[in-house]
Every structure is written in C-alpha cells, then in structure tokens.
Write a protein that binds this ligand. Sequence first.
Ligand code: PLP
Length: 460
Amino acid sequence: MTETLTSSASASTSPAFTVPQERKIVTSIPGPRSIELQERRNAVVSSGVASVLPVYITQANGAILVDVDGNHFIDFGAGIGVTTVGHTEASVVAAASEQLGDVIHTLFTVTPYEEYVRVAELLAEHTPGSFAKKSVLVNSGAEAVENGVKIARKYTGRRGVAVLDHAYHGRTNLTMAMNFKAAPYATGFGPLAGDVYHAPSSYPYHDGLSGADAAARTIGYLEKIIGASELACLVVEPIQGEGGFMVPADGYLNLLQDWCTANGIVFIADEIQSGMARTGKYFASEHFGLEPDLILSAKGIAGGLPLAAVTGRAEIMDAAQPGGLGGTFGGNPVACAAAVAVFEAIEANELLAEGERIGRTLTAGLEVLKAKYDVIGEIRGRGAMIAIELVQPGTGESSKLANAAAVSHIASYAAQRGVLLLTAGTYGSVLRFLPSLAVSDALIADALAVIDDALAELAA
Ligand SMILES: *Cc1c(COP(=O)(O)O)cnc(C)c1O
C-alpha cells in the first residue's frame, strides 16, 4: 500500500499542536527507513525487547506519532498510558527544559531539591483520602510495586503478598512473581520471589458474580491458601491494565479493603496504568469510593519522563528506616519538574473532563460497532481507558471464547492505515484504547471508521 491515505477528519491546525492532528500513511508499514532501522536494531538490541509495531518514531505531538518515513499515526497507546497529557505537551516540555538548565541531578538522598517535595505535596493532595500522606519517588512502575511491598512488610512485620488473577505488576524479580501470566514475563527467569499468593478476581463478563460473591470467593481463597494473619498486603489494580481493563463488580474492591482493614493487611492500589487523570478522575480508586492505604503511580505521572511513586498513610510510609528507601535516579529533578507541570496541565486544560469526553465518544462509537458485529463481546472501562473483548460468536455457552485472531487482524489492519492500537488480555482477546487526553472526537471517529472496515473485512 503506497498510496497516500489521509484521515477524513479535518486536520486540527490549532497552534497548540506542533504536528497536524491527522492520520497520513505514505508508505507501506513499516516503511523502507523503518525496515533499515529494524535491521540495525536486530544486530544490537536484545530480542527479549519486543516492539508492537516496528515503525521508528521521530516526532510525536498531541495524539499523533510521526515515523521516519513520514507516516502519521493516531496513537491509541500513548506509550502504554504514559503521555496522558499529550505527546510533547507544551508546558511539560517547557518545565523539563528549564529544569535541565538549572539542575539535572544531585540525588535527593545526598542533597535535596524543591521539585521532589512539590511532587509529594501534589500526590498527597490529589490521591483519595483526607488523612496525612507521604511519598517516596522512584523510577518505574515495577520499582513502585517493589517499594510498596517493602514498606507494607516493614509496617506489618509480615511477609505474604496477595495479588489477583489477571494482574500485571512489572518485570522485576518480585513483580514477575506477582503477574498472572507467566509467558512471556516470567518464563525461564526463575527462581521467582516467594510469599506471593494469587487469588481469583472479579471479572463480571466471565464470572457473572456480584461484588459480594466475588469478594467472598477472593477472601475465602486467601484465608485457605495463606491466612489473613500472614499477609502484609493485598495489591490490586482498581481497573486491571494488561489483564484487559476489567472493571470489577460493584462493591468488590470495597469489601476487599474492609477485610484488609479488619485484618491489619495493607491495601495497595496499583494505579500505575489507571491513575493520573486516565479515567476521568485523578485515580480510578475514586470511581469505587476507595481510599487505599498506599497508591502506586508511574506511567502518566511525568508526561513521558521516567518517574514513579508510592503514596500513602504517613504512619505506614514512615515505617521504613531512614536510608531504607531511595535509589540513585529516584525522583530525578527533571522528571519531577515535568510531573509538577503534568499536575498543572490536568487543572489548566480540564483534563478530567477531557477523559470523560473521550470515554463517552469511544463508548458510543464502539456500541454502534457492537450492534453490527457479534464478535465484540463486551465494551468496558472508564474515561480514556476503554477496551473491547472479542469473542467467537455462535459457540453457545462458550460464545465468550477468546478471539485472539480477530484482535490481531484488527490491530494489524488498523496499523497499516495509521491507527496504532494495543492489545491486552490474558488470552490476547482484548483491544484497548488508551489515547492521550489530547485526542479529539474527530480523530476518534476517524479511527473507529478504520476499525469498522477491519471488522467488516473480518466478517466477510
Ligand atoms: C506498566 C505497569 C506496571 C509496571 O510499570 P513499569 O514502569 O513498566 O515497571 C505495574 N503495574 C501496572 C498496573 C502497570 O500497568
């Protein structure tokens, strides 16, 4: 396909964007320059590092990625929910650039700086719960999970870590033991960390359980395999990310937290994917009225710079001995300056409302497709975190059988036409929409038209 494909949506020429917000495909995908780069990469980059779509990106702005061959993609991945405020958002670029000229690094644990403190203040203010909160800043989501567990263990004097089925928590030694899926995250990488206990979750589309029944099942399971008194923490994603954007049944998470509180277990919300204005709230916990003891943030917190945090009840966070937490790059000044700009952009650009708008537009458009194509089993999620689960229709009781083939067909059809989609789900049967909050309704409509064509071709 070498003809020029452009979006039907009228291109936004808003001066706020440095790249036109439109889809444009001018080569086959991947194009010749990307293919050359892929060959260089294959010689020197570990094949353990895979890429969803091997097009090499030179520029990114708003909701658009531009590759080395001049193709423009509508980005529904946002670096897996990282550039939530938009790619190269102007105020984030300005804040990070200014910080680069002032101080790049001192190490907060050697000589501190204000930006770290400011990020901790903003996290204390915007995470749910009106109690006193403190934070530690680290480099990555997995490192935030590791630190949350360390702190919970020190506070409780217990070792057990409970996690839910379909969870994803990272690729470090502890976190790969906490993931539901072994392949590809843990296969052959053992021995895995011990004292991690996996329990059934709430997955209403498949288990049909009420929140109360699903919570009783989770709690009953944990009581049997380990016992509440042995558990330091229960780590949950309020809306699961890699697992496929499952929204748990009403009351499920609240009952789990009540059980944790009654049994001295630290309730940790891994909001690494669902937090930072992703779902129309600062944190997805707010959709359920939860006030977790500890909240983990990362991905969207610094507009694309590496930063992560553990934030929570001051008495729990202070259980760690001085010197017990930290790391060379944790809370880097440039990343912190960017994070402060992200918090400001959420307010200035009313991004919580933008998240709601995107959720409404996506859901309405996907409902139309669901009515047309019975391969779409369920639409779920909140705000700019929406997924569809694809099934094998007409297979009776098992008409909810995973349809990973349909997912890969749609993802590759869309990629060829300039729409970057991410897949998800334990069985690879979920397509997720995780755009930056800068994505316009016109771009969403344009992308959904491409997906409509992909579904029509699939049905034919
Ligand atoms: C991405 C992710 C992680 C791991 O974060 P990294 O920065 O990749 O280490 C942990 N938990 C959830 C829910 C995630 O989405």
